[in-house]
Each structure stands twice: as C-alpha cells, then as structure tokens.
Design a protein around this ligand. Sequence first.
Ligand code: NDP
Length: 345
Amino acid sequence: LQNPPVKNIILGNSESSTFSIQEQTLPPLDKGDLLVQPIYLSNDPAQRGWIQRKLDEGRLYVTPVLQGQAMATHAVARVLATAGPTSTWKEGDLVYTTTTGWRQYAVVKEEDVRSLRSIPGLSPSLYVGLFGVPGLTAYFGVTEVLKLQRGQSLVVSAAAGAVGNVVVQYAKKVIGASKVIAIAGTPEKCAWIKEMGADIALNYKAPSFKQDLNAATEGFVDAYFDNVGGEILDQMLTRIKQHGRVAACGAISNYTHDNLDAANLRNWFEIITSRLTVKGFIVLDYFPRAGEAVEALSKAVEEGKMTVEGAETLVETDFSNIPEVWLRLFQGQNVGKLVTQIAGA
Ligand code: NDP
C-alpha cells in the first residue's frame, strides 16, 4: 500500500469546492499502530460544525478539521495489518474507529479503536448507527437527559432519522411512553415512523403543521427531544407542561445557512413561565458508558422490542463520491441512519 499512494478526501482551501482529493504515501507501522481500511462511514450532521469555524475554537467540543486535513468521520474499518505479533488485533478484525477520516486506508492507534460485539444476523454497519453515535445519543438523551418515565408523553423532531427513530422506538416500546409524537419531513417518513412505534406523526412541511402540532399536543407533553432547533423548537416551547424538559440534542435547521433569524426564539419566556428545564448534551461525554447503551439496545432488539429493519439508508459508492452522499443528510434523503459503504472495500 505504500506504493502507489492512497487517496484521502481533504478539506479544500478554495472557495469553489469544500473538498478535494489528495494522494498520500502511508507511513510505516510503529508499535501500537494498525493499518485499517474503512468500510462503513458514518454520515453525521455534526460534521458540518467540525469544518465551520465561526465559533471560538475553545468552545468546540471536537478538534476542528483544518484546511488540508482529511475530513473526520466515525467508521467501521477492517484491520489489514498490525505492527507486530503482540497486537491484540489480527488481520481481518472489524473495528469501530473515530480516527480514520475520509481515507481509503489509514494508520490508526490501537487505543483509538473499539471491538464490535458481533450480533448474529446484524450488520456491522450498525456500529455507526444503532450501536454507534446515533443510538447512544438517543439512549442517553431519553434515559439520562430527559429521564423519561413510563406513562409520560414525548415529542421528537427529525424523528425518521438516525437518532430520531431510536428515540421513538426506545421511548415507546422499551420505556412505555404514553404518547410519542414524531415530526418528520415527508408523508412517507411519517408513515414509516408510525410503523416504528410513534402514536402520531406530523409532517413539518405541511401547511397545517402548526395547527397539527397544537392539536397533537393538546393538554401539553412532558418532554421534547429537539434535533432541529429553529421554528419547531420555538413552537414546542409553548407545548410542554409546566416543569417539563427539553433535551437540546441538535439544531440541524441552522447548520447550513447563515440566516440565523429562523433560530431566534420568540417564545423564550415560556421557559421561565412554565419552569422548563432545557438541557444541552454531547454524546461524547457518555462514551465511557457506551457498553451500557449497546447492552440495553441490543437486548431490546433481541427481545423484539426494537427493530433495525429499514432503519438504515446504506449507500454503496466510489470513494470520490463520499461528500455527495454526506450532503443527502441536509436534503432529508435518508430514512434512519445514512451510511456510506465504500465500494470494493
Ligand atoms: P438524521 O439521520 O436525523 O438526518 C438528518 C435529518 O434532519 C434529515 O434526514 C432531515 O429529515 C432533517 N432535516 C434536515 N434539514 C432540516 C431542517 N432544516 N429542519 C428540520 N429537519 C431537517 O441525522 P442524525 O440522527 O444523525 O442527527 C439528528 C440531530 O441530532 C442533528 O441535529 C445532529 O446534529 C444531532 N446529534 C447530536 C448529537 C449530540 O451529541 N448532541 C449526536 C448525534 C446527533 P426530514 O426529511 O425529516 O427533514
């Protein structure tokens, strides 16, 4: 693999394109290194934030990707070679890693990879979905941030996506929420998320959405799992019971445009008058407890309370097409987790 050079997709430095392809010769393996080949790439809305440096860097929760560096991602990769016979890993092992970036091949540190618990009949790609960042975000968001209890009601936005569908399923079918109201962007997604357990699904692009949401939340709800921010969050602040909770998980409606007017919360005062608790969280803080979440989620799947059927949009593609697939997130082209499978890997 040292010759010919392998390809990386790097953050470009021109105005005309965000990414470009660069060739690189791989370094030799040092003690503790693994040579890996990414197979399944996670596509995350958060990657948008890793490359935009409007924020003070000291306030970012990850090391930002700089111009000329390979774009960062989470991935399931195959071990191709180890540095020596003492390694815990062997050729052919599948691992979860956050340090390959958008690279055809990468040299990573042993301490930066996690083994996958192989569950018969389930695809390893689930380690960037249900058993990866989205699943853990949903699990800790519902159980720790919202502390949702059996019999309570919940609204979740971006509900037919990677995090959202797990929130719906776990809240309804594992915790036993009394009512789960899902918000998604098409009638097809609404129909699908109802199949996954939502009691009510609302299309936020429908002209009647505001009235529909008011009607669905009559009597108000206990909790809101916010994946989108913006106008939906603003309206939801008026639909939560006194002393209710908001899990501030994401704000995708603000990620791709500079007009942040839509992010202004006209109903901020509702937080005060209704004594709401709004709690922001980053799943990375819960990574030391990943085993607990994977255990709970896999048990729910094994017991038939949750399903992975249809909860993944797997796109097999050439290496050079990785950015295009990622952009589908912002166009709402995914149902469940959007996963890139590198063709031929
Ligand atoms: P999804 O799989 O939900 O994909 C993104 C979805 O967002 C799209 O399919 C689209 O669905 C919806 N969307 C896109 N643009 C808009 C918009 N302008 N307004 C409303 N919805 C929109 O992604 P994830 O599940 O991976 O992430 C969901 C949210 O959770 C994101 O905000 C993400 O940043 C956040 N997140 C936070 C984490 C944390 O640690 N706090 C960790 C992981 C994710 P539709 O067709 O319904 O519009």
